[in-house]
Write a protein that binds this ligand. Structure first.
Ligand SMILES: Cc1ncc(COP(=O)(O)O)c(C=O)c1O
Length: 380
């Protein structure tokens, strides 16, 4: 048989299957029967009637799509309102909303650095940060995880623009970055600090104002934050927050902003609805953290190895990729959805189950979740 241009795909698929690393899509039903500890809906807002009504109202008023780039026809009064309220809530001068958190990281990294710049990027950073660094054409020093001294060494002596970038809470293990120490290092080295607060917004800080507010860093003239609207705010989309001049610069230079259709009105409306709800019900943030601590306590008291959660992500070690997949499947068979992280999504090659705490879980659901993970755990 003659070779075809895509034969290599079958070879790769075989290698993935041999390594137990095949991924597939499993559409979920609208009426979920599973107890959900896999989604990023930390505050339980995605189906909140106020949030879905805000999405529907926005779609009716503004249409099903934004109709164009924000710079052409795609910028509505709704986007501007969301930007004003997001910036004020998180304590920043200005905000720019984009179509995803992924696009927000690409925008910030490419617009604020470039050839001749140096980026110090934590080894545990999210894939969108990794891709932003690559796309920026800056020199990137990947520094050991949560290590401000390593950041200092990487930045020191570089003659051009300098920026350190970190997740506020790391997606895989749920541990928090040492933001105060990183800010000190950046200030000493005259470098900007970019923090991806995807997992901190809505969970950390007073009333869920985020990790930078919790560290008293929001609004600093050398600090920029990126956010996703798809986790605590139960919607879709992303944002960059920072000094007004940084946001103006992004409007003029960030390609994932300029050449991308604006965020769909329904998503902007849902995010704004969720943000207003969180302002009225700030206790949701604390509840998400309390649920995470309860899950961690229940799992570790049964001898499972988990990382103490700094926000709402609870990560439990699995002995191998295969065991992690089986464990997640056994949880599912027992009525509970959990996340399963394995290579290449884990920088250290260690597979995990990932449980996400949700503010709306009841104590009975927490107990059931802990009992299910314990009962289905692989035997040592
Ligand atoms: C830390 C982090 N940054 C960025 C993103 C990307 O955000 P979005 O899903 O809105 O593109 C995610 C996950 O989705 C994330 O976990």
């Amino acid at each position: 048989m003659p070779a075809t241009p895509f034969d290599w795909i079958d070879d790769e698929a075989r290698r993935r299957a041999d390594a137990g690393l095949v991924r597939g899509l499993r559409p979920r039903d609208a009426e979920a029967e599973l107890l959900d500890l896999a989604s990023n809906d930390y505050l339980g807002l995605t189906r909140h009637p106020e949030v879905t009504a805000a999405a529907a109202d926005a779609a009716r008023r503004w249409g099903g799509g934004a109709t164009g780039s924000r710079l052409v026809t795609g910028s509505t009064a709704l986007h501007a309102e969301l930007e004003r309220e997001l910036a004020a809530f998180c304590g920043f001068e200005a905000a720019l909303v984009l179509s995803s958190g992924y696009a927000a990281n690409l925008a910030a990294l490419t617009a604020l650095t470039g050839r001749g710049s140096l980026i110090a990027s934590d080894a545990g950073n999210h894939a969108s940060i990794v891709d932003g660094c690559r796309l920026s054409r800056a020199e990137t020093a990947v520094v050991p995880h949560a290590d401000p001294e390593a950041v200092r060494k990487a930045l020191h002596g570089h003659p051009g623009r300098k920026l350190a970038v970190t997740d506020s809470v790391f997606s895989v293990d749920g541990d928090a970055a040492p933001l105060a120490a990183l800010a000190d290092v950046c200030r000493a080295e005259n470098a900007a600090l970019l923090v991806d607060d995807a997992h901190g917004l809505g969970v950390l800080g007073e009333g869920g104002r985020g990790a930078l507010a919790a560290a008293s860093l929001s609004g600093g003239d050398d600090i920029v934050a990126t956010l996703t609207l798809s986790k605590s705010l139960g919607s879709q989309g992303g944002a960059v927050l920072g000094p007004a001049r940084v946001i103006d610069h992004l409007v003029n230079t960030a390609r994932t902003f300029i050449f991308d259709t604006g965020l769909a009105p329904a998503a902007a409306g849902a995010a704004l609805g969720a943000l207003r709800l969180l302002c009225r019900e700030p206790e949701r943030a604390l509840r998400a953290r309390t649920v995470a601590t309860a899950l961690y306590g229940g799992l570790t008291s049964a001898g499972l190895t988990a990382v103490r959660p700094d926000a709402a992500v609870v990560s439990v070690r699995a002995p191998s990729p295969d065991a992690a997949v089986r464990w997640a499947a056994d949880c599912r068979a027992a009525g509970m959805a959990v996340g399963c992280f394995r290579p290449p999504s884990v920088p250290d090659g260690i597979s995990r189950l990932r449980l996400t705490a949700r503010a709306d879980l009841t104590d009975e659901q927490i107990a059931r979740a802990v009992a299910t993970v314990r009962r289905t755990a692989p035997r040592a």
